[in-house]
Ligand binder design. Structure first.
Ligand SMILES: CC(C)(COP(=O)(O)OP(=O)(O)OC[C@H]1O[C@@H](n2cnc3c(N)ncnc32)[C@H](O)[C@@H]1OP(=O)(O)O)[C@@H](O)C(=O)NCCC(=O)NCCS
Length: 207
């Protein structure tokens, strides 16, 4: 997998709106009917506000100055079992290079590490082959029909539930790492270090 110049997972800011909206506009065919990312400034502002809540964590995936995609932990629940719903989508022309897989690997590290989660859920439409292959390669296990009613684009869509537990993720040999080098994660304060310059998992809200 290409590790140069490396990927960065960066928390989004107001300044990222135009870049993200342009990437979403260019990726409509890739995203439909699987996810509904923010596609105008109002939905971006709402998505940003939600990303900053305690029960969400969204990251833009940058490769140098290219916005490669978005990965997110949605609806973080800190009950008897700490869990979150995974959201992710890539942007053209940056798909098919293994970078989203690398970003999701880092997100799983963050989820099971920094965020202290016990499990990650993904709710995926059964015909979403690329996402299913990606999740399976990371070690997610198919659990059957999703217990949630998931609306997307105003329509009810059938989803399947996939699960990754911290125990499986952290157990050696760890699936999904593929021996790849770690991906950096920096906060908004460090954005200037970059050379240049997030609905998914099925739910109506954007990842
Ligand atoms: C799902 C999605 C994020 C995958 O993006 P991607 O950029 O193709 O992801 P990656 O490149 O990291 O995935 C690995 C793919 O790249 C290929 N690849 C190419 N070079 C690679 C490399 N060096 N290392 C790993 N994989 C590589 C793999 O073979 C794999 O191909 P496959 O899709 O035929 O199995 C993208 O298709 C997308 O945005 N879909 C719409 C949104 C969506 O469905 N989100 C999930 C909702 S539940």
């Amino acid at each position: 997998m290409d590790a140069e110049p490396g990927l960065r997972l960066v928390e989004p800011t107001e300044d990222d709106g135009p870049t993200l909206l342009a990437a979403v506009a260019a990726s409509r065919t890739l995203h439909h009917p699987w996810v509904r990312p923010p596609d105008d400034i109002e939905s971006y502002v709402a998505w940003l506000a939600r990303s900053r809540r305690d029960d969400h964590a969204s990251y833009l995936v940058w490769r140098a100055s290219d916005l490669v995609g978005v990965v997110a932990l949605n609806q973080i629940v800190r009950g008897p079992r700490h869990s979150a719903q995974l959201g992710f989508y890539g942007f053209v022309p940056h798909t098919g290079h293994g970078w989203m897989r690398q970003a999701l690997t880092r997100l799983c590290d963050l989820a099971m590490g920094e965020h202290g989660l016990d499990q990650l859920e993904a709710h995926v439409q059964p015909a979403n082959d690329r996402s299913l292959r990606l999740l399976a390669s990371l070690g997610f296990v198919h659990r059957g029909p999703s217990p949630h009613t998931l609306h997307l684009g105003g329509r009810l869509r059938v989803h399947e539930q996939w699960l990754l537990t911290a125990r499986d993720w952290l157990a050696p040999p760890r699936r999904g790492s593929g021996g790849q080098p770690p991906v950096d994660r920096i906060g908004p304060g460090a954005r200037q270090q970059l050379v240049g310059p997030g609905e998914g998992a099925g739910a109506e809200e954007a990842p």
